[in-house]
Design a protein around this ligand. Structure first.
Ligand SMILES: [Zn+2]
Length: 208
């Protein structure tokens, strides 16, 4: 069983950012690109402890990493491979919100998103139902679902043992309510451990 963890955004385009500790300075650690590795490290630890092979990559272009993920999955026929695109959401208001996105075409991706959401709900996190991302510029409801699709869209063309999910386990505005960098780090590590157990459920289901 294999899990590919992709730290998305990049050094030059760091994603969502807020002044998490309220000191009036937007520091490097307060940017999405520098926060997601905290939960990714926790995911990797839990997965490795359960005998899962963990592959990691970071940055852009996403399409290149999607091709690489497809090749890695093709090199392991019949072995379930989960690809996780790592993000944090930006939603004004400061509420806690976990949200998983999958490619509307992908049944495996849907199951992966469902397992992670279920595990997070059981752990007491505030979750939304998994959302099917798709690209239909004629649908006025759809534009907001294009961004999450972009994070995983090259995965669907890969082999059948590969499925992808876009992780949005919390909002940066909620992290800002936690009070300290230490509390934020603890929260992100907890989120990562719980998401890893959801991924494990999916891997076991796929492995039959
Ligand atoms: Zn992002």
């Amino acid at each position: 069983m294999v899990v590919i963890l992709h730290r998305q955004h990049s050094e030059s385009s760091t994603g969502a950012a807020v002044d998490l500790d309220g000191d009036g300075v937007l520091a490097t650690w307060e940017r999405e690109y520098h926060l997601t590795p905290i939960y990714l490290d926790a995911m990797a630890s839990v997965l490795a402890a359960h005998g899962v092979e963990v592959l990691r990559c970071e940055g852009r272009p996403y399409s290149t990493w999607h091709e690489w993920a497809c090749q890695e999955a093709a090199a392991r026929p019949g072995v379930p491979v989960a690809y996780c695109a790592a993000h944090l959401n930006s939603v004004p208001g400061g509420q806690s919100l976990s949200w998983m996105f999958y490619d509307r075409r992908s049944h495996g991706g849907q199951r992966l998103a469902e397992h992670i959401t279920e595990t997070m709900t059981e752990a007491g996190f505030c979750t939304r139902a998994p959302a099917a991302a798709y690209d239909d510029r004629t649908d006025s409801d759809a534009p907001w679902l294009y961004n999450p699709l972009y994070t995983i869209r090259g995965i669907y063309s890969g082999p059948a043992n590969l499925s992808g999910v876009c992780l949005e386990p919390d909002t940066v505005q909620h992290l800002a309510t936690l009070g300290s960098q230490q509390a934020i780090t603890r929260r992100l590590a907890h989120l990562g451990a719980v998401m890893a157990h959801g991924v494990l459920e999916w891997l076991r289901e796929r492995a039959g």
